[in-house]
Design a protein around this ligand. Structure first.
Ligand code: ATP
Ligand code: MG
Length: 589
C-alpha cells in the first residue's frame, strides 16, 4: 500500500513514533534475528538478522466482531509497520477456550483486509494463533517452577481472593508458597494430565505479595479448565492466563513494540518481569519486546463495549452485527463507510497517553471527505411529489446531460431522461411560501437542475388537502448547456427525475445509533438513549442509471448525502440503498 500523503509530516508524529525513532537511532533492535517463524530462543539463534525493522501485532481475541475502536488499533499497528519498513503480525489471541469461534476468526480477517492491510511480507504469511504456542508456554511454566519463580497453589478461589490484599493492604503469603520446586512441578504435571478438578489449584508466579502493584502479588499464570478449544480440541485441560500468555506470544514472534490500551499499564511490570526471567533462563531471545500503552478510542453517540454490543444484538434492538447502525466494521461496510475514511480518521485523531472522547462528527467528516472524492453524483428524490409540465408534449421525452462528478470532468456525463411528468422533493414546493423561500411556489421560476427553467402555475390537492401534484410551464429555450440558457436568472435550482423512467426502490436513511453523546451516562440504562430515528425506510424515486448499481457501489445523491447499494439486500437489477452519511453535520449544537 502507498504511504498516506505526507506520512513524514509533523502531524503524524506521536509519542509512539518518537519511541520507535529513538529505538531505531540507538540500534536497540539491530541485532535481532528471525528464524522464519515464531519460537523460543533456539528458533532465532544463529538465524539471519531480521529484515523487518520493527515488528508490531494486532492481537484480537476471536470472541466477537471488530468495532470502530479496533480500527484505530489496526490502522496504528499495521500503519507503523508499513511506515517503518516493518511487519505487523495478525495474531489471534485464542488462549481462552470457551468464548472463541471460527465465525469470528473469519470476520476479523475480512475486516482487516477490508481496511486495506495484509499480513504477508516477502512471501511469508504472518498469521498466527496464540494457541499454537501452548507447548512453548507450558515449557516456560515448567522452567519458572524449576527455577523457583512459580509454584502450584492449592488454595480455593475464595482463599486466593481473601489473601490478595487491597490497594492499601499487603497480600498474605500462601501456605503453598514455600513448597519445594519438585513438589510444584509434580503437581503442575498432574494438572496438565487432567488429574485435578477445575479450580482446585492454580500455578502462580512467585514475585512479591507486598508489592504496591496488585498485579505483582503472585499472579495466577495457569488454571485448570476442562474445556474443548476450537483449534487444539482436548489436547489441553490447563490454559494460560491472558497476562502470562500475551508477553510470551510477543516474545516468540520477536515483536519489538507491543502496543496496547491504557488499562494494561499496571500489567507492564509483570510483562517485563516475566520476559526477563524467561530470557535469563535462555528460553527467549533478546532484545525483548516492550509494551507501550495508548488511549483507547472513545466515540460519542455509540457504544464500543463488547458486552453492550452483544446486548444490542441479542435483545433485537438492531438487526444483527452487520446492521448498518452498529459501530462494527461489518456494519460500517454495509452502511457505505470506506476503509480510506477509517484510515483518515485514525490519522486525524492520532494517539495519546490520556483518555478522551472523539466526537462522532469527526468520523463522519472523514467519510464525507473520502466519499466526496470518489462517489459519482446521481439524482434521487426521497420524498416524491409529482410535477406536471403542462406545456410539454405528452408522450415526448429527451435527454439532459449531468456531470458524474463536478470536480472530475474526466468521469464524463450521463443522460437523464426528461419528460412531461417528473418527481420532485415535496419540500421543494410551498403553496404559500415562507419568507426567503426561493424554490417552487405559484408564480415563481426555478431551474430544474441540468434541465429547463420552469414557472409554477399552481397545484392539485387530494381530499385531505394535501398537495398531490404541482403544475408548471417550461421555457423550451432555457435548457442547460444550450445557447442563451444563461440569460434566465433564477434563485432556485431543484433536482428531479422523470416519473416514467424513474427507478422506484427502498432507501434506508441511517443516522446515529444513540441520540445522546454519552449513552447511559450517569447510570441510566443506555438502551433508553437509543435513537428511534436511527433507521428510516422510505420508498424513493431514483434516476434510471441507479438500477444498475452494483452491491457496495457508492454515490452522492445530490443535495442528500452519500449512499451505497446494500451488499446484502440488493439483487441484480434491483439494488436497495443505504445512506452512509448526510452532506452536512446536522448534529452540531
Ligand atoms: P475484550 O473485552 O474481549 O478483551 P477488546 O475490545 O479488548 O475486548 P480484543 O479482541 O482483545 O478486544 O482487542 C484487540 C485489540 O484491539 C487489542 O490490542 C486492543 O487493545 C484493541 N482495542 C480494543 N478496543 C479498542 C479501542 N476502543 N480503541 C483502541 N484499541 C482498541
Ligand atoms: Mg482485550
Amino acid at each position: 500500500m502507498n504511504k498516506p500523503a505526507g506520512a513524514a509530516a509533523a502531524h503524524l508524529t506521536n509519542f509512539i513514533r518518537n519511541v520507535i525513532d529513538a529505538d531505531l537511532a540507538a540500534g536497540k533492535y539491530a541485532a535481532r534475528t528471525w528464524g522464519g517463524r515464531p519460537g523460543l530462543a533456539a528458533t532465532h539463534a544463529g538465524a539471519p538478522s531480521d529484515t523487518a525493522k520493527i515488528r508490531t501485532r494486532f492481537p484480537p481475541e476471536p470472541n466477537g466482531y471488530l468495532h470502530f475502536g479496533h480500527a484505530k488499533s489496526i490502522c496504528l499497528n499495521f500503519g507503523l509497520a508499513r511506515d517503518y519498513g516493518g511487519v505487523c503480525h495478525m495474531r489471534f489471541d485464542d488462549t481462552n477456550p470457551e468464548k472463541e469461534e471460527q465465525e469470528y476468526v473469519d470476520s476479523i480477517l475480512d475486516a482487516v483486509r477490508w481496511l486495506g492491510f495484509g499480513w504477508n511480507a516477502n512471501g511469508t504469511e504472518h498469521l498466527y494463533h496464540a494457541s499454537d504456542y501452548f507447548d512453548a508456554m507450558y515449557q516456560a511454566a515448567e522452567y519458572l517452577v524449576a527455577s523457583g519463580h512459580a509454584y502450584v497453589d492449592e488454595q480455593s478461589a475464595e482463599e486466593l481472593r481473601a489473601t490478595r490484599g487491597t490497594l492499601t493492604e499487603h497480600g498474605q503469603d500462601s501456605p503453598w508458597r514455600a513448597r519445594p520446586a519438585a513438589d510444584s512441578l509434580a503437581r503442575l504435571r498432574e494438572m496438565r494430565d487432567g488429574r485435578h478438578a477445575d479450580g482446585s489449584m492454580v500455578l502462580r508466579a512467585r514475585i512479591d505479595m507486598s508489592s504496591p502493584n496488585i498485579n505483582l502479588r503472585d499472579p495466577a499464570i495457569y488454571r485448570i479448565k476442562k474445556a474443548t478449544h476450537h483449534r487444539t480440541g482436548d489436547a489441553w485441560c490447563i490454559y494460560p492466563m491472558y497476562t502470562y500468555a500475551h508477553p510470551i506470544e510477543d516474545a516468540l514472534e520477536q515483536i519489538t513494540h507491543s502496543i496496547c490500551t491504557l488499562e494494561f499499564e499496571d500489567q507492564r511490570p509483570f510483562y517485563d518481569w516475566l520476559l526477563a526471567r524467561l530470557a535469563e533462563g535462555g528460553l527467549l531471545a533478546r532484545p525483548l519486546p516492550q509494551q507501550i500503552e495508548f488511549a483507547r478510542l472513545n466515540l460519542t453517540y455509540v457504544v464500543l463495549s463488547k458486552r453492550k454490543l452483544i446486548q444490542l444484538v441479542s435483545e433485537g434492538h438492531v438487526d444483527g452485527w452487520d446492521d448498518p447502525r452498529m459501530p462494527t466494521l461489518v456494519a460500517a461496510r454495509r452502511r457505505g463507510y470506506t476503509p480510506e475514511g477509517f484510515r483518515l480518521f485514525a490519522e486525524r485523531i492520532g494517539v495519546s497517553k490520556s483518555d478522551s472522547w472523539i466526537d462522532y462528527g469527526v468520523l463522519e467528516e472523514c467519510m464525507r471527505e473520502h466519499l466526496n472524492q470518489v462517489a459519482q453524483r446521481r439524482i434521487a428524490v426521497l420524498d416524491p411529489l409529482k410535477l406536471v409540465i403542462d406545456n410539454y408534449p405528452e408522450g415526448a421525452s429527451e435527454e439532459c446531460l449531468a456531470p458524474n462528478h463536478p470536480q472530475r470532468p474526466e468521469l464524463g456525463k450521463r443522460a437523464l431522461p426528461f419528460s412531461r411528468e417528473l418527481w420532485i422533493e415535496r419540500d421543494d414546493f410551498m403553496e404559500a411560501p415562507a419568507k426567503g423561500y426561493f424554490r417552487l411556489h405559484p408564480g415563481n421560476k426555478v431551474r430544474l437542475r441540468y434541465g429547463f427553467v420552469i414557472e409554477c402555475t399552481g397545484c392539485d390537492k387530494d381530499a385531505s388537502g394535501q398537495v398531490s401534484a404541482v403544475h408548471c410551464n417550461y421555457y423550451a429555450d432555457s435548457k442547460s448547456g444550450t445557447p442563451g440558457a444563461d440569460s434566465y436568472k433564477v434563485k432556485g435550482n431543484i433536482h428531479w427525475v422523470s416519473a416514467r423512467h424513474a427507478y422506484q426502490c427502498e432507501v434506508r436513511l441511517y443516522d446515529r445509533l444513540f441520540r445522546e453523546p454519552h449513552p447511559g451516562a450517569g447510570g441510566r440504562d443506555f438502551l433508553l438513549d437509543l435513537n428511534p430515528e436511527a433507521k428510516r425506510v422510505i420508498s424513493a424515486q431514483l434516476e434510471p442509471a441507479l438500477k444498475d448499481a452494483q452491491p457496495e457501489e457508492r454515490f452522492q445523491f445530490e443535495r442528500h448525502g452519500y449512499f451505497v447499494a446494500d451488499m446484502k439486500d440488493s439483487t441484480a437489477g434491483a439494488p436497495v440503498f443505504n445512506r452512509a452519511v448526510t452532506l452536512k453535520d446536522a448534529w452540531q449544537k
